[in-house]
Design a protein around this ligand. Sequence first.
Ligand code: C2E
Ligand code: MG
Ligand code: MG
Length: 673
Amino acid sequence: MLLVVFLGVVLPALVMVTIEQRISEQSQQTMLEQGKADVMAIGVASIVEPMWVIDTLALREAADKLLANPQVMAVRISENRPHAPPIMRNRPGVHGELAEENSATLEHRRKPVMRGGETLGNLQVWFDTTYGKSLLAQRRNQMTLLVVVQVALSMVVLLMVLVSRVLNPIERLKDQATALALDVGSKPTMAWRRHDELGQLGRHLGRVQSQLAALFGELEQKNQQLQALALYDQLTGLPNRSLFHDLVQRELLLARRHQQRFGLLFIDLDRFKAVNDTMGHGAGDAVLVQVSQRLRAVLRDVDVVCRQSGDEFLVMVRDLDQWERLGEVAERLLRAVEAPLQLVGAPVHAPAQVSASIGIAVFPEDADDFETLVKHADIAMYQAKALGRARYGFFHAELNQRLQANLELERALGAAITNHELVLHYQPQVDARSGRLIGVEALVRWQHPTRGLLYPGAFIGIAEECGKIADMGAWILAAACEQMTQWAQRGVDVGRMSVNVSALEFRGHRLLENLQSVLRHSGLDPSRLEIEITESVLMTDTDASQHIIDRVRGLGVGIAIDDFGTGYSSLAYLKRLRPTQLKVDQSFVRDLEQDADSRAIVKGLLGLASALGLSVVAEGVETLMQRQFLTEAGCPILQGYLIARPLPLAALEAWIASQTSASAITATGTMEP
Ligand code: C2E
Ligand code: MG
Ligand code: MG
């Protein structure tokens, strides 16, 4: 900047001063020369007359007048007249006989005084040679002062122009660029009215800024969409597992520092697959959305719920004073899930309904990291499912051990069929009045190599979970029918064979094929075979059930509804499904003696069955009083420990033999506890 001012203002001024100095030096030189010649001419002219008339006084005055000229330092007038003394005038400080003196500072000139061709005398004048220089110096000083003032003024003006027209706009541009750099998405706030390059630059910058702002707006929106995709479940809008994981991690740090506890709940909808399979995925999605809204609604704001996957949800319950409170929370969640759901297209009078199973793990008692907490809550959830679903359970170490044992069983189950470890026991069903054997129910047992005889409760569920149930069911059906054929060949009449079929077998494709193939291979009369299906299985998807039942009955095979009275049978469906037989659940039989309601229910069931033309078996008959009540109420068939426990083959045959010889029915059953 200074260099620009120097080159633009100071340097030209210096050059001008030098040139001007040169010019004035030259013109002054001629002027001074002219002045000197004029002094000599005027001097001579003014002394001619006085010299002629010899007027010394006038000569002196003329000399003084010449000395008034500032260039003149000394004057000498000398006459050619004999004895006339010369007149000498000089300035103070200029001494001596000047005529002889020719110093560097004085210039001597002489001019004769003539009149009428006669020389009267001489005029000698000494000029000051420094006069011109001092004049020049004075002029130079004035010039320099002028130039300095001019330079100063122009610099002030230049600087003002520079500041207002260049520096300030550049400063504004800088601010604009800084704003752009610091907050790229900011909107332009500066208006540019200038039409020069800087104004254009500013406007361009503004345009770039608004384009960037728009771009960043779009980017921000995209970013938010991406974030929502990455952190939230698209269907339900709940946080996904990844966000939930982060929130739990943070809670873990806080809870550790403040020695607090929090709960983690693993929620799994019961039989959600059936909803999807029967009502379609659209309905399944609608169920998930409604359920997630309800879960959110019953939780406090501080709690977090996420959709972990499919029909699984995770909940973090914070600020927990007592861990027992988690039970209340779980209870609330269960109730919320179970409320009827209104799905689009579903009839208003038959709203859909789902239930859930919940497992609970507590920090820090059950685990102190996210993965283990989830794992343990999952284990507890499985346990809740195993206990009958639609309930919650806490995780504790024992649960875990049981799960490990189940895993071992699952592995061993694979080899159970090939190693011939499965056996069938048979429980007789007898005519209530005569005690005559009507049929047997085949009940599977597993002769485990190390754990001894296992009952179905210990392994059917596991076989269902790990997919072994299909093979196992096929084996049971084949073994039961083969046994029937053997008995027929040996002339032993057991009447009818009932075989239990699990939910998965019933819904699977293989049941009908298996039935057809065993009937073909064994040559068994289909009317001597009956399959038992629990009521809850039949009622979950009545259309599909109807279809399967029709086809089973088409083969001539009977169908008994097991554990009748425990599910939610609708009478209308019962009429449509038309099984061959109902098996009144043990719980009603057990309570007959103490509970009037059970007695009423059993009587009602018997009336209903006879109205629909269905046969009835009362299960779990253990006492004489129960037998008496059932017989009097008109129950045609009885099954239970009072008659016989489930018996191995040999024991059953012995029992049958004893029955034919004995007239009274006595409780047998030393074979099973
Ligand atoms: P379920 O079909 O209701 O079988 C009756 C259960 O009640 C049997 O238990 C039987 O031992 C028991 N029981 C019979 N009489 C009495 C009695 O007077 N009092 C008491 N307290 N109990 C009695 P088990 O053998 O342990 O079978 C349990 C369940 O396992 C069966 O209930 C059935 O649902 C299932 N199951 C049994 N065998 C098979 C099978 O071969 N395949 C399939 N898929 N499930 C089976
Ligand atoms: Mg049964
Ligand atoms: Mg039963």
